[in-house]
Write a new protein. Sequence first.
Length: 468
Amino acid sequence: MKAPLSSYSPEFNKKLRYGAIAVLAVLIIAGGLYFYLDHKYRAIIADFNKSLQPTGALTYSSMDVSPFLGKVTLGNPVIMYQAGELIKAEKMELQGLRGSGAQLTHAKIHANNLQFSPTGRNLADIPAGTNSAFAVSGELKTEYGHDPASNSYDLKSFSFETADKRSSIEFDHAKLDNLKFSDKNSIQALSFAIENAKISNLNMSLSAGTGTEQRTVTEFSTSFAYEKMADGSFEVRNFNLKLPEINDYAAFDLVRWHTDNTTLPLTFLTEIKGLDIPVGLHPQTAEFWKPYGYTRIKSDTKIGYVFDKETKKVNAQLLFDSPSLFKTNVTAVLTGLDLAALAQDPNANILLTFENLQLESAEVNFTDASFLKKTLEIEAQKQNITVPEYAAKLGADIDQAFLADPANASDPALVDAAGKLKAYVGTLGTLTINMKPAQPVPFSQVMIGLILDRVKLLKAMGVTVTVS
């Protein structure tokens, strides 16, 4: 028989009472903390749902909260966006939940049988485990972070494996910030960067010619930074694409696209700096470049135009500069197309107005680095003749094209142009072609002349040739 409490010493009874009080206090605190955390995590999910509205919503069939594990499990969660289903999963586990106001600021996410449809197609119509142009399904793990003060978002240690276990996407870190929306709820500005993204067995559909080719890229990895500005322009910087399949890489320093953010831009610029690609990127290109001995092609490219509201002229430029191939810079002044007026007219037929487009002047500068030199050597070798002999044949072809007609042979401008072109074939320095017609030439006439009578077109364009 156990002795009654009264038989123990007063000191022991005192400790026992204190112990019982302590246990009771711990239970009360633990219970309070349990209900506090349970309420907190449920409130974070509810606030996240509110933050998606009115354009979106979060629904689920069940919610299981494990407060002391810091985990919330949602059964059959669906994130709706506008009229379609953006994301749904069989089960989604969220750990380390933190929130600020109506914003979810942190969560470790594990989703089973997640399906994602960027088109907003109803995912209920897509069988689970299906990967298509409309949706992809699989298992997702990542750590999500959001800073409401700077409106930035982070994804760390991201991994996604498709349901068929064939394809996967992984990256160390992706960050989106400077996010701004327009009045129409479309993205006006943002900055995005991704580090060490690895994509395996990506299925692609390539449309070319009359059919669609299905290709699978075994594996590649990439890093880059993307920024969209409020003026409608965007930049992609420090792009690096690793291609383990061919043990090579492609990269560029900067891609910049700029317009004045109007329906019919008055200014437009696309610029690629530091493009660096292997010639073996595709079997057909590898075969073409093989005789030249190039392994990589590095270049800068720029194409764009500016419309002058006062003169109503379009100043256009195309620049391609490759240290190993050649540099060409084409500039042109176009008239007859009032872009400012067309931009203000919602009923204007842009295609019909191009009938009024005229070429006022143009200049083409071409400087060979090694491309034309190698081309002459390759063609001469094919014909089993020397390079000077092949250059002489090209000179004869130029005379035939320009001066075969007696009327053309007596035209000083054509004789001079033919002579300069023949001289250039022998020197391969810098070739400059200027076009300054007495009157602006309709662009339609230029296109027809290129097909039917190039010599007549050259005379109408007032072409002069300079070799240096």
